[in-house]
Design a binder for this molecule. Sequence first.
Ligand code: SAM
Length: 209
Amino acid sequence: MKNDEVVNAFHDFYYKSGVWEQTKWMGHTIYKCPFDMWIYQEIFFEIKPDLIIETGTWQGGSALYMAQLLDLMNSNGKIITIDIEDFPNRPQHDRITYYKGSSVAEETIEMVANEAKKSKTVLVILDSDHSKDHVLKELELYNQFVSDNSYLIVEDSNVNGHPTYPEFGPGPMESIDAFLESNKNFKVDESREKFFITFNPRGYLKKIA
Ligand SMILES: C[S@@+](CC[C@H](N)C(=O)[O-])C[C@H]1O[C@@H](n2cnc3c(N)ncnc32)[C@H](O)[C@@H]1O
Protein backbone atom coordinates (compact mmCIF):
# COMPACT_ATOMS: atom_id res chain seq x y z
CA MET A 1 0.00 0.00 0.00
CA LYS A 2 1.31 3.50 -0.86
CA ASN A 3 1.65 6.08 1.94
CA ASP A 4 -1.31 8.20 0.83
CA GLU A 5 -3.49 5.08 0.62
CA VAL A 6 -2.52 4.20 4.20
CA VAL A 7 -3.33 7.72 5.38
CA ASN A 8 -6.69 7.80 3.56
CA ALA A 9 -7.62 4.33 4.84
CA PHE A 10 -6.88 5.40 8.42
CA HIS A 11 -8.74 8.69 7.92
CA ASP A 12 -11.81 6.80 6.65
CA PHE A 13 -11.57 4.28 9.51
CA TYR A 14 -11.18 7.04 12.09
CA TYR A 15 -14.10 9.07 10.70
CA LYS A 16 -16.44 6.10 10.38
CA SER A 17 -15.66 4.96 13.94
CA GLY A 18 -17.47 8.12 15.11
CA VAL A 19 -14.79 8.74 17.75
CA TRP A 20 -14.71 12.41 16.70
CA GLU A 21 -18.22 12.72 18.20
CA GLN A 22 -16.83 11.52 21.54
CA THR A 23 -13.93 13.98 21.60
CA LYS A 24 -14.01 16.42 24.51
CA TRP A 25 -12.23 19.53 25.61
CA MET A 26 -12.41 20.09 29.37
CA GLY A 27 -15.54 17.94 29.52
CA HIS A 28 -17.28 19.65 26.59
CA THR A 29 -17.94 17.88 23.31
CA ILE A 30 -15.86 19.24 20.43
CA TYR A 31 -16.37 17.96 16.91
CA LYS A 32 -12.75 18.21 15.84
CA CYS A 33 -9.85 15.98 15.02
CA PRO A 34 -7.08 16.55 17.60
CA PHE A 35 -4.56 17.14 14.79
CA ASP A 36 -6.66 20.11 13.63
CA MET A 37 -6.90 21.39 17.20
CA TRP A 38 -3.11 21.47 17.32
CA ILE A 39 -3.01 23.31 13.99
CA TYR A 40 -5.45 25.87 15.43
CA GLN A 41 -3.03 26.42 18.31
CA GLU A 42 -0.15 27.01 15.87
CA ILE A 43 -2.18 29.42 13.73
CA PHE A 44 -3.52 31.40 16.70
CA PHE A 45 -0.05 31.80 18.16
CA GLU A 46 1.27 33.08 14.83
CA ILE A 47 -1.67 35.29 13.87
CA LYS A 48 -2.72 36.50 17.32
CA PRO A 49 -6.36 37.11 16.38
CA ASP A 50 -8.30 39.85 18.18
CA LEU A 51 -11.55 38.40 16.94
CA ILE A 52 -12.46 34.85 15.99
CA ILE A 53 -15.80 34.35 14.28
CA GLU A 54 -17.10 30.80 14.32
CA THR A 55 -20.23 29.70 12.46
CA GLY A 56 -21.64 26.52 14.03
CA THR A 57 -21.33 26.39 17.81
CA TRP A 58 -22.86 23.00 18.60
CA GLN A 59 -22.21 22.42 22.32
CA GLY A 60 -19.58 25.14 22.62
CA GLY A 61 -16.56 22.87 23.08
CA SER A 62 -14.69 24.47 20.19
CA ALA A 63 -15.44 27.98 21.46
CA LEU A 64 -14.10 27.05 24.91
CA TYR A 65 -11.01 25.44 23.40
CA MET A 66 -10.27 28.60 21.41
CA ALA A 67 -10.97 30.87 24.37
CA GLN A 68 -8.55 28.93 26.54
CA LEU A 69 -5.86 29.02 23.86
CA LEU A 70 -6.24 32.81 23.88
CA ASP A 71 -5.96 32.73 27.70
CA LEU A 72 -2.64 30.90 27.40
CA MET A 73 -1.42 33.57 24.98
CA ASN A 74 -2.46 36.44 27.27
CA SER A 75 -4.31 37.78 24.26
CA ASN A 76 -7.09 40.38 24.21
CA GLY A 77 -8.93 38.24 21.69
CA LYS A 78 -12.56 37.29 21.77
CA ILE A 79 -14.84 34.81 20.06
CA ILE A 80 -18.26 35.23 18.53
CA THR A 81 -19.88 31.91 17.82
CA ILE A 82 -23.09 31.69 15.78
CA ASP A 83 -25.71 28.94 15.73
CA ILE A 84 -29.39 28.55 14.91
CA GLU A 85 -29.79 26.31 17.98
CA ASP A 86 -29.44 26.80 21.71
CA PHE A 87 -27.84 24.05 23.72
CA PRO A 88 -28.09 23.75 27.51
CA ASN A 89 -24.87 23.85 29.53
CA ARG A 90 -22.68 25.52 26.99
CA PRO A 91 -19.46 26.61 28.72
CA GLN A 92 -19.35 30.21 29.87
CA HIS A 93 -16.17 32.22 29.38
CA ASP A 94 -15.51 35.98 29.33
CA ARG A 95 -14.11 35.81 25.81
CA ILE A 96 -17.09 33.96 24.30
CA THR A 97 -20.25 35.55 22.92
CA TYR A 98 -22.96 33.12 21.82
CA TYR A 99 -25.14 34.51 19.05
CA LYS A 100 -28.37 32.81 17.97
CA GLY A 101 -29.27 33.13 14.31
CA SER A 102 -28.44 31.80 10.90
CA SER A 103 -24.87 32.45 9.82
CA VAL A 104 -26.15 33.83 6.52
CA ALA A 105 -28.97 36.02 7.85
CA GLU A 106 -28.70 39.73 7.13
CA GLU A 107 -28.81 40.73 10.82
CA THR A 108 -26.06 38.23 11.66
CA ILE A 109 -23.77 39.68 9.00
CA GLU A 110 -24.53 43.19 10.23
CA MET A 111 -23.57 42.20 13.80
CA VAL A 112 -20.37 40.53 12.58
CA ALA A 113 -19.48 43.57 10.46
CA ASN A 114 -19.86 45.85 13.48
CA GLU A 115 -17.58 43.67 15.60
CA ALA A 116 -15.05 43.12 12.84
CA LYS A 117 -14.55 46.82 12.20
CA LYS A 118 -13.45 47.25 15.87
CA SER A 119 -10.84 44.50 15.50
CA LYS A 120 -7.41 44.56 13.91
CA THR A 121 -6.88 40.86 13.24
CA VAL A 122 -9.89 38.73 12.40
CA LEU A 123 -9.97 35.00 11.75
CA VAL A 124 -13.08 33.15 10.52
CA ILE A 125 -14.06 29.50 10.94
CA LEU A 126 -16.96 28.04 8.95
CA ASP A 127 -18.39 25.01 10.74
CA SER A 128 -22.17 25.17 10.43
CA ASP A 129 -24.30 23.58 7.69
CA HIS A 130 -21.82 21.69 5.52
CA SER A 131 -23.81 21.63 2.27
CA LYS A 132 -21.97 23.14 -0.71
CA ASP A 133 -24.49 25.93 -1.26
CA HIS A 134 -24.50 27.04 2.38
CA VAL A 135 -20.72 26.99 2.76
CA LEU A 136 -20.28 28.85 -0.51
CA LYS A 137 -22.70 31.51 0.69
CA GLU A 138 -20.76 31.77 3.95
CA LEU A 139 -17.48 32.04 2.05
CA GLU A 140 -18.90 34.86 -0.03
CA LEU A 141 -20.30 36.69 3.00
CA TYR A 142 -17.47 36.18 5.51
CA ASN A 143 -14.29 36.48 3.41
CA GLN A 144 -14.53 40.29 3.65
CA PHE A 145 -13.94 40.11 7.43
CA VAL A 146 -10.66 38.16 7.28
CA SER A 147 -7.55 40.27 7.85
CA ASP A 148 -4.53 40.08 5.58
CA ASN A 149 -2.32 37.09 6.45
CA SER A 150 -5.09 35.63 8.60
CA TYR A 151 -7.22 32.58 7.84
CA LEU A 152 -10.64 31.61 6.60
CA ILE A 153 -10.94 28.02 7.83
CA VAL A 154 -13.48 25.75 6.17
CA GLU A 155 -14.25 22.74 8.36
CA ASP A 156 -15.13 19.21 7.30
CA SER A 157 -14.03 19.36 3.67
CA ASN A 158 -13.08 15.69 4.14
CA VAL A 159 -16.65 14.54 3.39
CA ASN A 160 -18.03 13.60 -0.01
CA GLY A 161 -15.10 11.23 -0.53
CA HIS A 162 -12.23 13.61 0.37
CA PRO A 163 -11.42 10.93 1.52
CA THR A 164 -14.40 9.86 3.62
CA TYR A 165 -18.22 9.79 3.73
CA PRO A 166 -18.57 9.57 -0.11
CA GLU A 167 -22.37 9.58 0.05
CA PHE A 168 -22.49 13.07 1.63
CA GLY A 169 -22.95 14.93 -1.68
CA PRO A 170 -21.45 18.29 -2.62
CA GLY A 171 -20.04 19.85 0.51
CA PRO A 172 -17.30 22.11 1.84
CA MET A 173 -14.61 20.91 -0.61
CA GLU A 174 -16.80 21.75 -3.60
CA SER A 175 -17.57 25.17 -2.11
CA ILE A 176 -13.84 25.85 -1.62
CA ASP A 177 -13.16 25.00 -5.28
CA ALA A 178 -15.95 27.31 -6.45
CA PHE A 179 -14.87 30.14 -4.12
CA LEU A 180 -11.19 29.99 -5.11
CA GLU A 181 -12.03 30.29 -8.80
CA SER A 182 -13.06 33.90 -8.31
CA ASN A 183 -11.21 34.89 -5.11
CA LYS A 184 -7.53 35.01 -5.94
CA ASN A 185 -6.62 36.75 -2.67
CA PHE A 186 -7.05 33.47 -0.78
CA LYS A 187 -4.69 30.52 -1.12
CA VAL A 188 -4.86 27.01 0.29
CA ASP A 189 -2.14 26.72 2.93
CA GLU A 190 -1.14 23.09 2.58
CA SER A 191 1.46 23.44 5.33
CA ARG A 192 -1.47 23.22 7.76
CA GLU A 193 -2.07 19.65 6.59
CA LYS A 194 1.32 18.47 7.88
CA PHE A 195 -0.08 15.89 10.29
CA PHE A 196 -1.35 13.91 7.27
CA ILE A 197 -4.87 13.66 8.64
CA THR A 198 -7.00 16.78 8.69
CA PHE A 199 -10.78 17.04 8.64
CA ASN A 200 -10.22 20.24 6.65
CA PRO A 201 -8.24 19.26 3.52
CA ARG A 202 -7.71 22.41 1.36
CA GLY A 203 -9.70 24.17 4.07
CA TYR A 204 -6.98 26.35 5.61
CA LEU A 205 -7.38 29.39 3.36
CA LYS A 206 -4.85 32.14 3.93
CA LYS A 207 -5.65 35.69 2.90
CA ILE A 208 -2.76 37.07 0.92
CA ALA A 209 -1.79 40.66 1.71
C1 SAM B 1 -20.56 20.64 13.10
S1 SAM B 1 -21.58 21.46 14.31
C2 SAM B 1 -20.45 22.63 14.98
C3 SAM B 1 -19.33 21.98 15.74
C4 SAM B 1 -18.54 22.87 16.64
N1 SAM B 1 -17.97 24.03 15.96
C5 SAM B 1 -17.41 22.04 17.23
O1 SAM B 1 -16.29 22.08 16.70
O2 SAM B 1 -17.66 21.33 18.21
C6 SAM B 1 -22.66 22.36 13.29
C7 SAM B 1 -23.58 23.35 13.97
O3 SAM B 1 -24.05 24.24 12.97
C8 SAM B 1 -25.35 24.65 13.31
N2 SAM B 1 -26.01 25.20 12.11
C9 SAM B 1 -26.65 24.56 11.10
N3 SAM B 1 -27.11 25.44 10.20
C10 SAM B 1 -26.74 26.67 10.62
C11 SAM B 1 -26.90 27.99 10.12
N4 SAM B 1 -27.57 28.25 8.99
N5 SAM B 1 -26.37 29.03 10.82
C12 SAM B 1 -25.69 28.81 11.98
N6 SAM B 1 -25.51 27.59 12.50
C13 SAM B 1 -26.03 26.52 11.84
C14 SAM B 1 -26.00 23.40 13.90
O4 SAM B 1 -27.08 23.76 14.73
C15 SAM B 1 -24.82 22.77 14.65
O5 SAM B 1 -24.82 23.14 16.01
